[in-house]
Each structure stands twice: as C-alpha cells, then as structure tokens.
Design a protein around this ligand. Structure first.
Ligand code: PRX
Length: 651
C-alpha cells in the first residue's frame, strides 16, 4: 500500500460502537471471552468443538503441535456433511430453507435441509457408483447452482476430498489443478450464466481433459439446456439427472478422523504454480462453525447472503460449511451484480429480506461509483449486519457501505483471513468491538497474531511490519498437496516457528489491526489472489514475448490492477494489436480475472547486477512516483528511459 494511503488511514479517527440493542441480542457479547480464550486457548477451542459439533467419537488429545504441523482433536471422528445436514434434519429445521437460490436469468429454487439430505445422499451414491472411494479426489467445476453445494457435501459425506475450481478459470488452469490433485472424477455443468452470456464450462472441461488423464468419469449438470448443446463422450460423460434418477436414497456418512482431508483448494502463491491448500475435517469445522456464529451473529431467523462464489475459500467456509453447520438459511446468486441492471443485489436483498450480507470491497467500490440511486430504489431495512472480505477496505467505501446499504444502523465486520487460515482470523465481534472504518480490528478469540520487523522483533505502535500468527489454530491449513517443502519455505521460514501470512499490517494505539496489503509477489485484483509470476509465465508462453515483468498497480475499483512490462522478440511488431493479443493470451492461459489492464512494451527491464527484476521501481514508474534508490541497478539509465516511455504511453 502507498504511503499516502497509510497516512490517510492514520488520520482515521471515527469509531462506531455497537448499539445497545445489538449488544443485547448478540450471540456473543461478553468481552471477557478474549481473556478467557487467551488464558487457555486449547481449552477454549475444545469447549466449542464439543458444544457446536456432533462427533461420532470424541478426541483424546486437543492439540499436537510440531511446528509447522498441527493436529487438532486427535482420535476424534466426525463427518462435515453430517454436521451440515443430518443433524438439522432430526430437528424442526428439517423443513427450514437451507438454500435460497436465484439464477442470473431470474429462475429460483429453495432447498430445505430435508431436500439437501435427500439430494446429497443420492449424489453420494452416484459418486460411489462411478468408483469414487474414500480418499479419492473429485474436481468440481460448476456455476453457482445448488448442485455445486450438493456435490461438495456428497464428497464430504463419503470422505472423498473435493477440489473446487472457480468456473472463471480457463481450460488450462483447470487441467493444471486436476493433474496436481490427480482427480478421478470431474463434476461440471453444460454452462453457467454470466452477464447474459453462457460460460462454456463443459467445453472448457473437454479441452482440459485432453491433458488431464486422471479423470475417468465426468458428471454434467444441465444448467443451460434448451438449444445449447455440448458433446458427451460415451463411457466417460454422464448427465447428472440421468444418474440421479435411480440413485438410492440413503448413504451413511463416513466417520472421518479429525485429521482426514476434507478438501484441497488451489490458490496463487508468489511462484507460478498454484498451491493446493489442504484442510482437514475436525479443526476446520470447529473454526468455520464458531466464527460463522459469532462474527455474523447468525441466528435461525436470519437470511444470510455471502456474495462470493464457491470456487473461493470464502464460498467454502462461509457459504457452505460454516453457515450450514449452524443450520442457517443462505441465499446464493449465480450471476453478476449489474445484470440486468446495477440494482440486482439490492433487488435480491429486498426480495428475500436478507438480514446479513457479506461481500467484497471491490463490489462496494463499484456500487459507490454507480451511485446511491440503485440501492435507494429498494427497501433494505431487513439488513442488520454487513461484512467485508478479500482485501483492505478503504474508509470511504466502509462509510458508503455503512450509510447507503446499512442505513447507518448495521455493524460492519471487516474480516481478515486467507485460504490457508480456513476461517476468519481478525475481525470485530459485532456485539463487543467498536469498529473503525478501514480496520479489521481485533483477533478472533483464540487467535494470536503479531506484527514483526525484518529482524523478527515486534514493531511499535503504528509502525508497519509483517503480519504473523504465533500459535496454532484449529482451521489452519495442514499443508500443500504434494509439496511439503514449499509449505515450509513459504510460510514457516521467514520467522522461526511462526506462520508468515504474506501481509503487512500495523497496530494502532488501541490495539486495532490495520491491514496494509501483500508484501510478496502476490497481487489482489478485485479480491482475487493472483501471482505476478503466474501471469508472467502466461505472457512468456506467447511466441512474441522475450521477457515480462508483472506488477500490481493501484486501481480505483479493483483495488489493484495488472500492469505488464513486456520485451518483444525481434521480428514482432510492438503495437496495439499485439497488446490485445497478449491480454487474450493471458485470459486463455489463466482466466479473465488475470487479464492485464496495461501492457507496456519496453526494450529492457530494470535489473540488479545479479539479474533480479526490480519490481519496486516498476511500481514507482507505473504509479507515477519519483524513482527511489537506483544504486543497485546494473544499468540505471534503463529505468529513466522506461519512465519516460511509460509516461508517454499512459492513457
Ligand atoms: O492480503 C490479504 C487479503 O486476501 C489475502 C487472502 O486471499 P485469499 O486466500 O484468496 O482469501 C480471500 C478471502 C479470505 C490476504 O492475505 N485479505 C483478505 N481479507 C482481507 C484482506 N486484506 C485486508 N482486509 C481483509 N479483510
């Protein structure tokens, strides 16, 4: 984050304590919970593990900690699907809405917990009939329809770890992820709706499967249908509805060990190859169940809407496992916020009387730009709590959300966490903590962060440093699929024995955390985590590109945009046509989320004498700052020439 932005945050002095009425009804409103959790964090987590989940067998040991490997609730047996579905069906919740789904074209479906119970068991039997056994990986590449959740829960039910790949990823990205996990079955759909267009999921899947031989069977859910046809490969591809027709209605939930793998979810790291983050069953379920209940103040009467896609961790933890484990009613929406018009989200809030909404700063900034006339057209009075996730929220966006969406009465929970942390880590508890616009406030009880300098010493008040977590927590990742060395290298080697998050942060005089963005080569575009090296690899894959350097630059809506400095090979024309072609090439290699905003052609890149690209200088150039220290450069004239060129090219 830029110095000017940090200065602005330092001047932020507004404080919003929770209203008395909110405190009174909150699921957790006793401030001593923080101290109690700190005095005995193992006891704290064990208490909630016991009271919030149903176990087939209780654990014998709460925690075994051999840094960087933690095991929680050892010897315990449970099933995530059972906790999200079966236990509710035995109560009055059987006929309660679990999912309220709205498709982009306006179609609607409501599934009760009873419906989920039936569909999940049937699909679990379908998976078994296709040869899926406990421990086999199942890849899911679907639009946001109820079936994606049914598929995930069915996997959890039979102990087959799922690997959900966001439907916006390209065929190549899908193939990489299938190959890494060696998935046996792929669950997909003919397509999905996005801004009135069809996302050709099955077509992408077919392309991916040409390079992903581990997949033996494909299940295709018919989302689009009608005239839209896809090719079905005999003996490999089956329609969801055909397989479900005769599937037996009951399938027992497999008793899983606490430390059995629940899922793998790929995320970008600072090198090109995506990382398969692993989450196991017991600790993860404890983390997401308790945080969902306390952070969102989830009650049975609530209508809860998390606007993320299930392809990201936010969807895994706070559309599927956390809310359903609590027996909540969840709204899910398939499409874009501006289709058919820019008031779509607010129409959904009004229609279903949404009480809790959890979205991303990038969306809020887009809403701000579109103007308050869109939310004003709708009755948003049902809302009682708002959440934010995915990137730092700037105070202006926070205030706009507070006033124009929350009507000034809803607490805002700005939740900091990561795919690796599994559950929310730094957040207000809305019935206890007074919020400050732009701050994620305090660690969740039982979570112990710190901010360190390069030497590993805690920094002083209002000094920026590296955000780390000093003690293990139940939902922490158990590692990277197939790559233990990279796990140690990425998270556990910067500082001895503590988890390095890759984020910068500062602590203010009240002990509030202010997140300052990534400190590594990861960029955050519209709340999506991308690796600069992954985009660079995609660019150099194009025959015209000799070398590429990618950086994140400030972007008004997306938080960060993507700028690529490219050296073109001899014989190629560095022109507008090539710029477009290169952008398209990245879309093909990774997906539309990675499309560069700018391609800047250059003859050379600034490098140190040891040949390392100096990205800091590229950022200075792209953001129009005075050039910092250039003394370590092999050839300082390169950067001056580049700066002049860039300023000439800027739109
Ligand atoms: O940089 C932080 C940012 O998103 C990163 C994690 O990305 P991902 O694993 O894709 O998970 C996103 C959803 C949990 C973090 O390292 N980040 C996430 N939430 C916040 C945030 N930065 C500031 N404030 C947040 N509330």
């Amino acid at each position: 984050m830029q110095t000017a932005a940090i200065d602005a945050l330092l001047q932020e002095t507004r404080v919003f304590p929770p209203s008395e009425a909110f405190v009174k009804q909150a699921n957790i409103n006793d401030p001593t919970i923080y101290e109690r959790a700190a005095q005995d964090f193992e006891g704290f987590w064990a208490h909630y593990a016991e009271t919030m989940l149903e176990w087939f067998e209780k654990w014998h040991t709460v925690l075994e900690w051999n840094p960087p490997y933690a095991k929680w609730f050892l010897g315990g047996k449970l099933n995530a699907c059972y906790n999200c579905v079966d236990r509710h069906v035995r109560t009055w919740r059987k006929n309660k809405a679990a999912l309220i789904w709205e498709g982009e074209p306006g179609d609607e479906r409501v599934l009760t917990y009873g419906d989920l119970y039936r569909e999940v068991q049937k699909f679990a039997n379908v998976l078994k009939s296709l040869g899926v056994q406990k421990g086999d990986r199942v890849c899911i590449y679907m639009p946001l329809v109820p079936e994606v959740i049914i598929a995930m829960l069915a996997c959890a039910r039979i102990g087959a770890p799922h690997s959900v790949v966001f439907g916006g990823f390209s065929a190549e990205a899908l193939a990489d992820r299938i190959n890494d996990a060696q998935a046996k079955v792929l669950v997909t759909a003919d397509g999905g709706w996005r801004r009135g267009n069809i996302v050709p999921l099955k077509h992408n899947a077919d392309e991916a499967l040409r390079h992903a031989p581990s997949v033996q069977k494909v299940v295709v859910f018919k989302r689009i249908g009608g005239d839209y046809t896809v090719t079905m490969q005999e003996g490999r591809d089956y329609w969801w509805h055909d397989l479900m027709k005769d599937a037996p209605l009951t399938c027992p939930a497999e008793p899983m060990d606490s430390e059995d793998l629940l899922y793998i979810l790929y995320t970008s790291g600072s090198t090109g190859k995506p990382k398969g983050i692993m989450h196991t069953t017991g600790g993860y379920m404890v983390g997401v169940t308790l945080t969902a209940k306390w952070v969102f103040d989830l009650k049975d009467e609530d209508v809860y809407w998390c606007t993320a896609d299930v392809g990201w961790v936010t969807g895994h933890s706070y559309i599927v496992y956390g809310p359903l484990s609590n027996g909540a009613t969840c709204v899910i929406y398939e499409g874009a916020p501006d289709y058919p018009d820019r008031d779509r989200f607010w129409a959904i809030v009004e229609k279903y009387r949404v009480t809790i909404m959890y979205t991303a700063p990038t969306a809020i900034r887009a809403f701000m730009k579109w103007g308050e006339q869109y939310p004003r057209k709708h009755d948003l009075s049902s809302l009682r709590l708002l959440g934010s996730v995915g990137e730092p929220i700037n105070p202006e966006a926070w205030m706009w959300y507070h006033e124009h969406i929350g009507g000034g009465r809803c607490p805002i929970v700005d939740t900091w966490w990561q795919t690796e942390t599994g559950a929310i880590m730094i957040t207000p508890l809305p019935g206890i903590v007074a919020t400050k616009p732009g701050s994620a406030t305090k660690p969740f009880p039982g979570i112990f962060p710190a901010i360190l300098n390069d030497q590993g010493q805690p920094v002083g008040v209002n000094q920026g440093g590296y955000l780390v977590i000093t003690k293990p927590w139940p939902s922490m990742t158990r590692g990277l699929w197939g790559d233990p060395e990279r796990f140690v290298q990425t998270y556990w080697s910067k500082f001895e024995g503590v988890y390095f998050t890759g984020d910068g942060a500062r602590l203010d005089e009240d002990g509030y955390y202010w997140l300052l963005g990534r400190v590594d080569d990861v960029i955050n575009v519209s709340g999506h985590r991308l690796s600069t090296m992954e985009i660079e690899s995609a660019l150099v894959d194009h025959p015209a590109v000799a070398e590429a350097a990618v950086i994140g630059v400030h972007h008004e809506i997306k938080g960060q945009g993507i700028a690529a400095f490219v050296i073109v090979k001899e014989g190629y024309q560095a022109d507008g046509g090539l710029q477009e072609e290169l952008k398209q090439h990245v879309v093909k290699k990774i997906g539309a989320i990675a499309r560069p905003d700018q391609i800047i052609f250059t003859a050379e890149l600034p490098k140190t004498r040891s040949g390392k690209i100096m990205r800091r200088l590229l950022r200075d150039i792209a953001e129009g700052r005075a050039l910092g220290d250039t003394t370590t450069l092999a050839d300082p004239s390169v950067v001056q020439a580049l700066k002049e060129k860039y300023e000439g090219q800027e739109e």
